[in-house]
Design a protein around this ligand. Structure first.
Ligand code: GDP
Ligand code: MG
Length: 676
């Protein structure tokens, strides 16, 4: 049952999915409607209804042309399993104007049924004929020209007018592109009775075509171009569908092979006819062409190809980029919170690679220059986004390297016998190595990223840190040295001063010189580990001497406060007055002269006081006066002064008063022994 011709059983626009049932009719789409509006659902039909979404270049486009009611739609439905409207034999309704599109069953062929192209037969304007011819030529590789056998040879027939239009339009589109993009015209001669062989019919048609071509007014520079520069021809016949139905079906089956079987000797879709439009961009390309046709602008196919490429490459890039952004999101939080993301380099590289690969997959089919440019744009954009993570991780590596340096240095310095400069060099190398290794691992190829600046900053930072640390350690060392100095000085100086006498200051100076000499040796040893230069070392030595001197004079001051002085004087006095020459305590007898020894002991003791007026800097070992250079806050001469004149007086008076008590005590002891 040829249900396709039953007008009262209209075929719905969308039937079962094209591929689920091999016998199902292919859904069709009113691509350009009677208002000459371009459908917005072409891409949906391509992907969803026809299952061609991923076909890329692996698909073909054909269109059919011919007078109305020459059985075009009937032929397409038989050939391709499509569901185009067929005019009912009884009702003879006017079919809608426009272009319908569908897909061949079990073949990747898009087929367009161009209706209402025979306006001239019905006396209508030929505007749509021209528009649809332009559109079909721009998009289709093969044009099927459908005509009755009895139309062959009618040079002025409707078909010939149509062909004239096709040729003109072709020159408009491909004129300058001779031999590059050809179109195949496949003539299908219907209701072939058989009396005239195909060869004769095709010769007649060829002659007519040449004549039409000859009569065309050609654009400048193309005056002598040949029809075969732009077209290839194929001719075939079909028997009468109603009179010889079985033979008709067999012939249609044979004809189908030319569209579906690349190994068929008459296979129509040869590479030279391809319009080079990837199927995922067909809706943009075809829509753009129709738009240009409708607005009567110059229809320049290379420009259309470029526009298409720009549009599609942007779309593809945006999709790839959206996935890319989603994937790199995971790095954000850890990096912003100061962490080091493990394997960040390889991860970024993989995500970027996946985005580029996904872009390449679809976009590489488009106009090469545009594709290359958009690819570079995308790579730039991706690199730009990733650079934020690169820099963030660098910052974190930097921070961690500084921490590492400080921890390691601190630890190394805690060890016995640690040498500062050695410890710094080792800690610095480890921190820098750590940073550089981490930085190298995240620098991606095809970028201008650099970590030189960060490295410089890090080295600078470590240097500053080391300098500050050196200062600290040096101060610690000097503090220790000072403590040592005090320990070394305090007791011997105290002893020397507690045994006052003319050699007292000589002993003090000797103690000072010995202590300072030892401290200087220690300092020199330390200086090596701190990498001190000569100037620094000289400065520290001067400071050390001064410091030791200040400590010494402090001790001298402590020893010469009133109480201490009186103690010293009293001790000396007691030694002389209360003990005899053998060191035994004296017991006074009534006849003893107390006054003379008392006066002698007292005078000798008082003589000690002027010794404390000033430190005598004569060095008994070197036999020369000892001296220190003064500085802003250090006055050597001033530091020598101990007891002023008035204090000497005061202390002497106080002492004399105290000694009086001893005198009375001695007297009383005699009285008390007499009384017994
Ligand atoms: P279209 O306008 O060119 O698409 O023609 P249709 O496919 O709508 O067919 C118009 C009429 O011609 C219909 O009544 C068909 O039944 C009839 N028809 C279809 N194929 C043939 C054929 O091979 N020979 C003849 N004589 N009639 C046909
Ligand atoms: Mg039709």
């Amino acid at each position: 049952v040829d249900h396709l011709s039953a007008h009262d059983n209209p075929v719905p626009d969308v039937l079962d999915s094209a591929n689920s049932n091999p016998k199902a009719l292919q859904p069709r789409l009113h691509l350009i409607d009677e208002q000459q509006k371009f459908s917005e659902t072409l891409s949906t039909y391509i992907a969803r209804d026809w299952g061609l979404g991923d076909a890329g270049f692996n698909y073909n486009v054909a269109a059919v042309f011919g007078s109305q009611s020459t059985g075009k739609s009937t032929l397409l439905n038989r050939l391709f399993g499509t569901s185009f409207d067929v005019m009912s034999e009884t009702a003879r309704m006017q079919t809608t104007k426009g272009i319908w599109i569908s897909k061949g069953r079990n073949m990747k062929v898009l087929i367009m049924d161009v209706e209402g192209t025979d306006g001239r037969e019905r006396g209508e304007d030929q505007d749509f004929e021209r528009k649809s011819a332009l559109f079909s030529m721009a998009t289709s590789e093969v044009l099927i020209v459908n005509l009755w056998e009895h139309q062959v040879g009618l040079y002025n027939g409707a078909n010939m007018g149509l062909l004239k239009t096709v040729f003109e339009v072709n020159l408009q589109l491909f004129g300058g592109n001779r031999g590059k993009e050809k179109t195949l015209l496949l003539f299908v001669i219907r209701d072939h009775v058989g009396a005239t062989p195909l060869a004769n019919l095709s010769n007649t048609l060829r002659a007519d075509l040449e004549r039409i071509w000859h009569g065309l007014s050609k654009p400048e520079g193309l005056e002598d171009c040949k029809i075969t520069d732009y077209f290839d021809f194929m001719f075939t016949t079909l028997p009468h569908k109603l009179l010889q139905p079985e033979k008709f079906e067999t012939e249609v089956d044979n004809l189908r092979l030319r569209f579906s079987d690349p190994s068929d000797p008459n296979y129509v879709f040869q590479p030279q006819y391809s319009r080079r439009v990837p199927v995922d961009g067909l809706h943009i390309y075809a829509g753009g062409i129709w738009d240009k046709i409708m607005t009567n602008k110059d229809l320049d196919l290379p420009t259309q190809q470029e526009l298409l490429a720009q549009y599609r490459c942007d779309e593809i890039a945006n999709a790839a980029f959206a996935t890319f952004q989603e994937k790199i999101k995971e790095f954000r939080q850890p990096i912003e919170t100061g962490n080091i993301v493990e394997n960040l380099g390889p991860k970024m590289n993989e995500i970027r690679g996946a985005a580029i690969k996904s872009f390449d997959k679809d976009a590489s089919r488009y106009h090469a220059e545009v594709y290359k440019r958009k690819r570079a744009d995308m790579l730039n954009k991706a690199n730009h986004m990733l650079e934020a993570y690169f820099l963030g991780q660098l910052k974190n590596l930097h921070k961690k390297a500084v921490n590492m340096f400080s921890t390691n240095l601190q630890q190394a310095l805690r060890a016995d016998g640690a040498e500062f400069s050695v410890a710094v060099a080792a800690a610095k190398k480890e921190a820098l190595d750590y940073f550089l290794q981490g930085a190298k691992a995240i620098k991606l190829g095809e970028t201008e990223w650099s970590y030189d600046e960060e490295q410089y900053q890090l080295e600078q930072g470590l240097q500053e840190f080391a300098t500050a640390q050196r200062e600290k350690e040096l101060n610690k060392m000097l503090t220790n040295l000072e403590k040592n100095l005090r320990n070394e000085l305090d007791e011997p100086v105290g002893l020397a001063l507690n045994n006052p006498g003319p050699g007292m200051w000589g002993r003090v100076i000797t103690i000072y010189q010995r202590t300072v000499e030892e401290a200087e040796q220690l300092l020199q040893k330390k200086a090596r580990t701190f990498d001190l230069n000569e100037k620094e070392q000289a400065e520290l030595t001067v400071n050390l001497r001064r410091q030791a001197w200040v400590l010494l004079t402090k001790k001298v001051q402590e020893e010469s406060v009133d109480g201490m002085m009186l103690l010293k004087l009293r001790n000396r006095f007691e030694e002389k007055f209360r003990y005899d020459d053998h060191g035994l305590p004296r017991v006074w007898k009534p006849d003893d002269d107390i006054d003379t020894p008392f006066r002698k002991a007292r005078d000798e003791t008082v003589e000690l006081v002027p010794l404390f007026a000033k430190i005598n800097t004569m060095d008994p070992v070197k036999g020369e006066k000892f001296e220190l250079e003064p500085s802003d806050d250090f006055d050597f001469d001033q530091s020598l002064k101990v007891l002023s004149e008035s204090r000497q007086q005061e202390i002497t008076t106080k002492f004399k008063r105290e000694s009086d008590a001893f005198y009375l005590e001695a007297k009383r002891s005699v009285v008390s022994t007499q009384a017994k």
